[in-house]
Design a protein around this ligand. Structure first.
Ligand code: IPE
Ligand code: IPE
Ligand code: MG
Length: 235
């Protein structure tokens, strides 16, 4: 695996788009697209952690808006989550802390429970963190944070207080956001955390996003001049 890149993101996020189109272009069902997308997901996550040593990976797997899809497709995706959020995660992803982003209340009970169990079982792991958005909405995340802040009796907030009440509390912001399939929008993902992220929009569909594509994204990141509003001193 390629490791010679100098500047790596501390936090990389993926909007894994294009499973359906990938399948359609091959004459397959959308479900098979999601299946292929999931096996790709496992490989890319492992490569980010164990290949490049990127400490935090965030994945948009299912949005609150995705409930509007046909029932059969939603059920298929839920079954994929059931399989994924299993005890086997503990062995498959050594040293990875699992963190569910999203409202557990809107999920089938067994999936919410599996996510919670994995979070508890990996709570002591501190080398890598995997955030997965399932029933996730960036706007809802902020609403939930504000309500929790009010319930705690806090009467004045600053950026830190808000950050501390998000699903990603304690984590640095997203450095690099990748959305496959050529769509150039956030679709309600991590609105707060991407405030100063670099964006990368490869044309390929998610199931075709491979090691080479990941390397290209990280290579492109090397050339980004992150100024954070400041200017460089002339020498
Ligand atoms: C992304 O692929 C996966 C999920 C939203 C769960 P899509 O299913 O959105 O694929 P397209 O955009 O229809 O091709
Ligand atoms: C965003 O993809 C959500 C996930 C990747 C889970 P969508 O395919 O649902 O987004 P839109 O509908 O193109 O904005
Ligand atoms: Mg899509």
């Amino acid at each position: 695996m390629q490791k010679e890149l100098k500047k790596l993101p501390k936090h990389i996020a993926f909007i894994i788009d294009g499973n359906g189109r990938w399948a359609k272009s091959r004459g397959l069902t959308r479900s098979l697209g999601h299946k292929a997308g999931f096996s790709r997901l496992e490989k890319i996550i492992k490569e980010c952690f164990y290949g490049y040593g990127i400490p935090i990976v965030s994945i948009y797997a299912f949005s609150t808006e995705n409930w509007n899809r046909p029932e059969a497709e939603v059920n298929y995706l839920m079954d994929l989550f059931r399989k994924y959020l299993n005890k086997s995660f503990l062995k498959k992803y050594p040293e990875v802390r699992f963190n569910h982003m999203g409202d557990p209340n809107g999920l089938p009970d067994d999936i919410a429970k599996k996510a919670k169990n994995l979070m508890d079982a990996t709570a002591d792991r501190d080398k890598f963190t995997l955030n997965i958005g399932i029933n996730y909405s960036g706007q809802d995340e902020l609403v939930i944070a504000v309500n929790n802040i009010l319930e705690e009796g806090i009467t004045h907030v600053d950026r830190q207080v808000i950050a501390d009440h998000l699903f990603t509390h304690g984590q640095p912001p997203v450095d690099l956001m990748i959305r496959t399939s050529g769509e150039q929008r956030l679709s309600n993902f991590m609105l707060w955390q991407v405030a100063y992220a670099e964006f990368y929009f490869p044309k390929c569909h998610w199931p075709a996003f491979n090691s080479r594509q990941l390397f290209k994204a990280l290579e492109e990141y090397q050339n980004r001049d992150r100024r954070f509003g400041a200017i460089k001193e002339e020498k």
